[in-house]
Design a protein around this ligand. Structure first.
Ligand code: MN
Length: 128
């Protein structure tokens, strides 16, 4: 077995090309065959990903705050601590914190590389 102590895993700022606002990514643990990567992602209030899609399945598990998530053409859903969402390959979507508070989710990416698209505009974020 391979132990990964959270305090020792580096925390990296989200690339401003792919995120709006203050985001911190911490790659916690990964496996090969099949490739699964688990990341802890922290969003400041109002912070969110760009629109994007994954080549494989992504699962998000909310561990702090309220998570907003939307697929292209759908409503904005709000998830609470303990809630989870599974996003199928190629589905365009974004996820992030609400304006009211910070949010942390675990992201489990299974055979999933990320293809980044345009930022989520303030209008889209506000559900308009
Ligand atoms: Mn995603």
């Amino acid at each position: 077995m391979e132990l990964h102590y959270g305090q020792q895993v580096p925390r990296n700022p989200g690339d401003p090309r792919w995120f709006t606002g203050d985001v911190t990514l911490q790659p916690l643990v990964s496996s090969s065959g099949p490739t699964a990567k688990v990341l802890r992602v922290q969003f400041a209030p109002g912070a969110r990903t760009n629109w994007h899609r994954h080549t494989g399945t992504q699962m998000l598990i909310v561990v702090e705050g309220h998570c907003l998530v939307q697929r292209r053409g759908g409503p904005i859903f709000e998830l609470q601590v303990g809630d989870a969402v599974s996003i199928p390959p190629s589905e365009e979507h974004w996820h992030g914190a609400s304006l009211g508070g910070s949010m942390t989710h675990l992201a489990i990416n299974v055979e999933a590389e990320t293809e980044w698209l345009a930022p989520v505009t303030d209008e889209e974020y506000a559900g308009r």
